[in-house]
Design a protein. Structure first.
Length: 168
C-alpha cells in the first residue's frame, strides 16, 4: 500500500512539474503575441502620424476626408480598411488642392504608390505569395510617405491661398 502511495505522489509531482513547464511556455507565447501586437500598433501609429502630419496642412475644404479620421487606422480590423482608404484619398486630396491653386506640375501626388500599397496589402493575405506582396506594399508605403512629405513642404512653400476678391 505504501508503494502505491509513493508511486502516486511521484506521478503527481511529475505532472505538477510538467504543468508548470506547460504554463510557462503558454505564458511566454502570450507575452510574445502581446509584445508583437504592441510593436505593430506603435509602427502603425508612426505611419499614421507621418501621413496625418502631411495631410493636415491642406485646408479642410480640400480634404477628401477629415484629417483626424486617419487615426481610425489604429483600430484593429477596421484600421486595415482605413489605411487602404487613406492611401488613395490622401494623394487625391493633394492633387485636387494643387490643381485648385493652379499647380499641375506635381504629377499624381503619389496616387500610384497608394494604389500599389493597397493592392500589396490585399495581396499579402494570399497563402504562399503573401510575403512577396507584403514586401512590395512596404516599399510602396515608404515611397508614398516620402512623396507626401515632399508635397507638404511644397504646399507650405507656396504660402497661404489667395483670398477671393471682395467688393465694397
Amino acid at each position: 500500500m505504501m508503494q502505491a502511495f509513493e508511486l502516486g505522489t511521484a506521478v503527481l509531482a511529475q505532472s505538477d512539474q510538467d504543468a508548470a513547464i506547460a504554463a510557462g511556455i503558454l505564458g511566454l507565447g502570450v507575452a510574445i503575441i502581446v509584445a508583437s501586437l504592441l510593436v505593430g500598433l506603435i509602427i502603425s501609429g508612426i505611419i499614421i502620424w507621418l501621413v496625418w502630419d502631411a495631410f493636415r496642412v491642406l485646408p479642410a475644404s480640400a480634404q477628401k476626408l477629415p484629417a483626424n479620421l486617419l487615426w481610425i487606422g489604429l483600430v484593429p480590423c477596421i484600421g486595415i480598411i482605413m489605411q487602404l482608404v487613406m492611401a488613395i484619398l490622401v494623394p487625391l486630396s493633394f492633387k485636387d488642392a494643387f490643381a485648385a491653386r493652379g499647380r499641375t506640375d506635381v504629377g499624381d501626388c503619389g496616387l500610384v504608390f497608394g494604389i500599389c500599397f493597397a493592392a500589396g496589402m490585399l495581396g499579402s493575405f494570399l497563402p504562399f505569395l503573401g510575403f512577396v506582396f507584403a514586401i512590395g506594399a512596404l516599399v510602396c508605403l515608404v515611397l508614398l510617405i516620402v512623396k507626401l512629405r515632399q508635397l507638404k513642404a511644397l504646399w507650405q512653400s507656396m504660402g497661404s491661398a489667395p483670398s477671393a476678391p471682395t467688393w465694397g
